[in-house]
Design a binder for this molecule. Structure first.
Ligand code: NAD
Length: 366
């Protein structure tokens, strides 16, 4: 098993280090190879996704990614900005399905800004289409407006588009995921206004006929944004397009208390995947040793489950994370009075220690 390790920028470096230590504490053998990506790659090689990094990612069974970006790169031309590395990886690896589970751990119910009764026991899965929609549609650019309210004025435009096969494949992913959960899918669209999303709704409805055991409902994105904070537990699997998924998955992340807790997986048709925390490079806290590494550690668990066929090892990591939370250990982002504040390294140490506990338990219980 070969893992391409791309820590990136800011806290990416600190949190990936902890995830690698946790993987190293498992009794599995991996080959890991680390490469630069994002701002770090731009500084060293003049491009956020150098050819060597892309080659490594393509050849590996899975990619463990930290985060990229820093405000100091905001003035660079768009194609050279660190965030372009993520888009390039998604496109080149064909990573069309993004899984973002939003789980509220019992111990962190008080870390959410919502009332405990709304989020206790929350376990939803947002599946976002990742390689289409307005983020990739052509044409796009700036021009002199040919028509509209101000003909001749400078304007900018993007193109929202989805083809039938693109919608079909993400719908299949969602229905299949729902079969392993509570067999409910909510497809989020904006069919009342956008042609692209009327088409999305029609195609998802067609695919649903192949899954008669799964209940499908449709919801407009504005209503979904509202329902996510009003009654989030009503959702189970949510499937949506690239832009709506980008926004709703961050909203769902905050339901659970901190974006520092949420892993994600982006998969292609052959289950090769890129695994990363849902948050960014957090330049405001980078280098301080206070970032929460748990989202990245949980992303490594998703990697073991989805791409490396090691579900037991994934379970062990997830149990170890629950164990350290039950011990009352908290990084600053999830800290509340009465719990013990720890830094990035101490949190990693605690997960590693909890993993060895699970091995001992396994041995003694036979
Ligand atoms: P961010 O997610 O980096 O940070 C938002 C807030 O959450 C900050 O206050 C930060 O300190 C906090 N935070 C994030 N992760 C945390 C963690 N693990 N532990 C504790 N606190 C955490 O988003 P931003 O500030 O909007 O963006 C910063 C940079 O990251 C930008 O350059 C942006 O483009 C980039 N970005 C990258 C990715 C990615 O690599 N996938 C995703 C989003 C943003």
């Amino acid at each position: 098993m070969k893992i391409a390790v791309l820590p990136g920028d800011g806290i990416g470096i600190e949190i990936v280090e902890e995830a690698i230590r946790v993987l190293g504490a498992l009794d599995l053998s991996f080959e890991t190879e680390t490469a630069l990506v994002g701002g770090a790659a731009y500084e060293a090689h003049g491009h956020p996704l150098p050819d060597a990094t892309l080659k490594l990612a393509k050849e590996a069974d899975a990619v463990l990614f930290g985060a990229v970006g820093d405000w100091k790169y905001d003035k660079l031309e768009r194609s050279l900005r660190p965030e372009q590395a993520i888009l390039g990886l998604r496109k080149n690896l064909g990573l069309f399905a993004n899984f973002r589970p939003a789980i509220c751990y019992e111990e962190l119910v008080d870390a959410s800004s919502l009332k405990p009764e709304l989020i206790a026991g929350l376990d939803i899965l947002i599946i976002r289409e990742l390689t289409g929609d307005i983020y990739f549609g052509q044409p796009r650019g700036r021009r002199s407006a040919p028509d509209g309210h101000f003909p001749g004025a400078e304007e900018a435009f993007d193109t929202m588009r989805y083809s039938r096969p693109e919608i079909e494949r993400i719908a299949h992913v969602a229905f299949q995921a729902a079969r392993k959960r509570s067999k409910r899918v909510t497809s989020v669209d904006k069919a009342n206004v956008l042609e692209t999303f009327q088409f999305w709704k029609d195609v998802v409805t067609d695919v649903a006929t192949e899954y008669p055991d799964v209940e499908l409902d449709h919801m407009y994105v504005d209503n979904a944004a509202m329902q996510l904070v009003r009654a989030p537990k009503k959702f189970d699997v949510v499937v949506t397009g690239n832009m709506f998924g980008d926004i709703l998955s961050d909203e769902a992340a905050m339901l659970t208390g901190s974006i520092g807790m949420l892993p994600s997986a982006s998969l292609n048709a052959s289950n090769q995947g890129l695994y990363e925390p849902s948050h960014g490079s957090a330049p405001d806290i980078a280098g301080k040793g206070i970032a929460n590494p748990l989202a990245t550690i949980l992303s490594a668990a998703m990697m073991l489950r989805f791409s490396l066929n090691q579900p037991e090892a994934a379970d062990r990591i997830e149990s170890a994370v629950k164990h350290v939370l039950a011990q009352g250990l908290r990084t600053a982002d999830i800290w509340s009075s009465g719990s013990k504040k720890v830094g990035t390294r101490e949190m990693g140490d605690a997960v590693v220690a909890a993993l060895s506990l699970s091995t001992i338990k396994k041995t003694t219980t036979g």
